[in-house]
Write a new protein. Structure first.
Length: 217
């Protein structure tokens, strides 16, 4: 939970909840926090298109995968771990929206439009795309199996973020850095209109959003 002066102006109370997207425990976590805090607004790491896709359980079409195979690989990895841990990707976001409705909170969709993100992903250097494809192919043979305990360990998340930043710098910039800035900007603007916000975002985005907002670890 954070209450800070941003650029010298008090902008209300902000609670940032970091989730793993595929951890069943996060579904109850976000619900419990929203019901307890009863914020004026709940901000979720979704855009309108992604929300509609989640609500209708839609996946990337074959045509979309052909146009943007890197985006398909990323979505596939998330889908794999979600199935492994017994959930569907994005269930924690839907739980946050449902809980917001129960306490009368305004729902804010703060993520960059998925069409923009996918377009930027398609433009990353070929060498990074090749490296990602190779890593995915070799992962079953060399990668250590990831457990829920790993995903709940902040040090493990920090290490994943560091590895991704070093191995796929342009993809990391598009998927993480630029979206951190986009979501932080949306939160900052929303805090001018709502006295309290619970923001639900992926754990890999928490530190970046806090940095943009001027909040310390």
């Amino acid at each position: 939970m954070f209450s800070r002066l941003l650029n010298g102006e008090f902008l209300g109370k902000l609670v940032i909840v970091g989730v793993a997207h595929v951890d069943p425990r996060d579904i109850e976590l976000v619900r419990d926090i929203i019901l307890r805090e009863k914020p004026e607004a709940v901000a979720v790491e979704l855009c309108k298109t992604r929300l509609e896709a989640l609500a209708h359980r839609e996946r990337l079409s074959f045509k979309a995968l052909v146009r943007n195979p890197v985006g398909g690989i990323i979505a596939g990895i998330e889908e794999y771990y979600a199935r492994k841990f017994g959930v569907r990707p994005g269930m924690e976001m839907l739980a946050a929206i449902k809980a917001a409705g129960e306490v009368g909170s305004t729902v804010l969709l703060i993520d960059q439009p998925i069409q923009v993100t996918l377009s930027k992903i398609s433009g990353i250097p070929l060498r990074e795309k090749a490296r990602l494809f190779l890593d995915v192919v070799l992962a079953p043979f060399f990668a250590r199996k990831t457990s829920l305990q790993d995903l709940r360990n902040p040090s493990f998340i920090d290490e994943l973020v560091s590895q991704a930043r070093n191995r796929y710098p342009e993809l990391f910039r598009v998927l993480v850095v630029e979206r951190d800035f986009y979501m932080a900007s949306r939160i900052r603007e929303a805090l001018r209109y709502f006295s309290s916000i619970v923001a639900v975002v992926g754990r890999g985005h928490v530190e970046g959003i806090k940095k943009v907002l001027g909040l310390e670890r």
